[in-house]
Design a protein around this ligand. Structure first.
Ligand code: ASP
Length: 591
């Protein structure tokens, strides 16, 4: 028997018991004739005590222990003289009788403490050591609990978890595929699924009725803090449903997860449902952070509103002028305002400049455009914002309304952050609904599916497919939490004729559509039920629960920003022989 208890288990009630513990040496302290060792495992830390006067040999052995040595000890549980209220085992210690070194350890390259001295790169290289840190481990524990709660809930609603293959053909989520050469089919490639989208639809054709899967998806995209080349979805699909049915089930699941995993009661109220267009207008984003207000106010728009007389060329030439009112921020110094201007002009945001106005104590407005507008105009602007003395008004303008709104969104989020309005322990959930079916791609010079090509248009908009496709709305919905898209999905097309029409609008020839999606369209000819679904980004959702800035911290072995696993040193080159078997040429640089 390696151990009788874990290191998080013993309490004052165990005093007097003889126990055996095993674990890693967190640290050793020598105090006079006494040596104390903190012994760690997944469950906690227990203090071991060695007394030179009682057993000098044993104490000498303890003094030789290095950090991260794996040891086993037997001893008696004793009450501590100086208790540690911050530790669950802080009332007791073990008076050790026998010490057995199970394995020595090199000195770890960084401290295995909550606040480690190791930078990101080194911690990723030695991720197995990083995972020994209690806060990193806690994220994985949370993830486990989250998945368990998802499975419990969906099982209780009759969902079946069904695995789908990883070696598939190209799937249409709009990113680049990872491809895998097939040795048995020379010159041909599998693609790794960007999601099991088509497979889950086929499962509906197969009559599975309610499907889910906690599943890896692969997208070869440029990486950011909330993206990984492989990530996990909670993928779901249901038959004989409309949008409302899906929203109801998954709103209930979300509330269940918040309550059981995060201890947050989201209440009885249904989540807000915000049409996409309104989300863009009020927040400049299809995933608005609704933990705080600071909504956009339009001063000039494409519907003919304009509070400004001619005089300031920038506004005169703009199609959209809008801004936010940051309450109580008129105290911003010139330097801080310059910083904000630099921020909006940065490449990441891309605005041309920032106009600001401070509301003075006497109610007058002092702004960066004073010389172009009378106090009367500035007062009207103040009224539009409902601004009070002490408030700071920040205004952007541009040629393209939605582009300017997106820039303003960045500014709103920054101000929200600075004003402490983005509290990680507060959760604001909503559905964004009524997405456009298509969006224009400048790059491809054609309409692209905003979700994916299997999304159903709103039935009432179907006639518009012929006359005005750009204005067709989709039966699509995203669940948003704190400015993060945690999930999204749609009602699917289940009619082969309508599906063919959508491919046509998307610029696929019938032959091309048949080549890429023929199996799905064929399946639809054999009695496809009406169906729909959605997928949650598991990593993002868990990160929100854990209050993390990056999804990496809740993934056991994540990749870095260049898509590398620095621990495994992957991707890597392979032998010429392996390439030959796959009929691939080496492009490896000369060694
Ligand atoms: N397959 C979609 C995605 O990965 C989700 C869905 O429509 O169910 O975003």
């Amino acid at each position: 028997m390696y151990r009788s208890h874990t290191n998080g288990e013993l309490r004052i009630a165990n005093v007097g018991e003889v126990v055996t513990l095993a674990g890693w040496v967190q640290r050793t302290r020598k105090m006079g004739g006494m040596t104390f060792v903190d012994l760690r495992d997944r469950y906690g830390i227990t203090q071991l005590c060695f007394n030179e006067e009682v057993n000098a040999d044993l104490c000498a052995q303890a003094n030789k222990l290095g950090r991260e040595f794996v040891i086993q000890v037997t001893g008696k549980v004793a009450e501590r003289y100086s208790k540690n209220a911050n530790m669950p085992t802080g009332d007791i210690e073990i008076i050790v009788d026998t010490l057995n070194v199970l394995n020595a350890s090199l000195t770890p390259p960084f401290t295995i403490e909550e606040n480690s001295d190791g930078g990101d790169d080194i911690r990723m290289k030695y991720r197995y050591l990083d995972l020994r840190r209690s806060n990193v481990r806690a994220n994985l524990e949370l993830r486990h609990k989250f998945c368990l709660a998802v499975r419990d809930f969906l099982d209780s609603k009759g969902f079946l978890e069904i695995e789908t293959p990883v070696l598939v053909g190209s799937t249409p989520e709009g990113a680049r595929d990872f491809i895998v050469p097939s040795r048995m089919n020379p010159g041909q490639f599998y693609a790794l699924p960007q999601s099991p989208q088509m497979l889950k639809q086929l499962l509906m054709v197969a009559g599975m009725d309610r499907y889910f899967q906690i599943v890896k998806c692969f997208r070869d995209e440029d990486l950011r803090a909330d993206r990984q080349p492989e990530f996990t979805q909670i993928d779901c699909e249901m038959s004989f449903v409309q949008q409302d049915d899906i929203i109801k089930v998954f709103e209930e699941m979300t509330k269940h997860l918040f309550k059981t995993v995060r201890g947050v009661d989201l209440g009885e109220q249904p989540f807000l449902r915000l049409p996409w267009k309104e989300a863009m207008r009020r927040f400049g984003s299809d995933k608005p952070d609704m933990r705080f207000g600071m909504e956009f106010v339009e001063l000039k728009n494409e519907e003919g509103k304009n509070i400004f007389p001619e005089g300031f060329a920038v506004f005169d030439g703009a199609k959209y002028v809008g801004g936010i009112c940051a309450e109580g921020q008129a105290v911003y110094t010139r330097k801080q305002l310059d910083e904000l201007t630099n921020f909006v002009k940065s490449q990441q945001v891309g605005a041309k400049g920032l106009v600001y106005a401070r509301v003075q104590e006497d109610g007058s407005v002092k702004s960066s455009v004073d010389k172009f507008y009378s106090q009367e105009v500035l007062q009207q602007m103040k009224e539009e914002f409902g601004a009070k003395p002490g408030d700071l008004i920040l205004v952007l303008s541009g040629e393209d309304s939605n582009k300017t709104r997106k820039q303003l969104c960045e500014l709103r989020l920054l101000m929200g952050e600075r004003m402490g309005l983005r509290d990680k322990n507060k959760f604001a959930l909503l559905w964004v609904v009524d997405f456009p079916m298509f969006e224009w791609s400048d790059e491809e010079q054609r309409l692209m599916a905003m979700h994916h090509p299997f999304t159903s248009p709103k039935p009432s908009d179907i006639p518009l497919l012929d006359t005005d496709p750009a204005n067709v709305l989709a039966d699509a919905y995203d669940m948003v939490c704190n400015g993060v898209e945690v999930g999204g999905g749609s009602i699917r097309i289940h009619d082969a004729v309508l599906q063919a029409k959508i491919f046509d609008v998307l610029g696929f020839t019938p032959e091309k559509a048949q080549e890429q999606f023929g199996f799905l369209m064929n399946a639809f000819k054999y009695g496809a039920p009406p169906h729909g679904g959605l997928a949650y980004g598991l990593d993002r959702f868990v990160s929100l629960f854990a209050g993390l800035d990056s999804i990496r911290d809740c993934i056991a072995f994540p990749k870095n920003n260049s898509g590398r696993d620095v621990m495994l040193d992957a991707p890597g080159f392979v032998d010429q022989k392996q390439l030959d078997e796959l009929f691939l040429q080496s492009v490896a640089p000369e060694k």
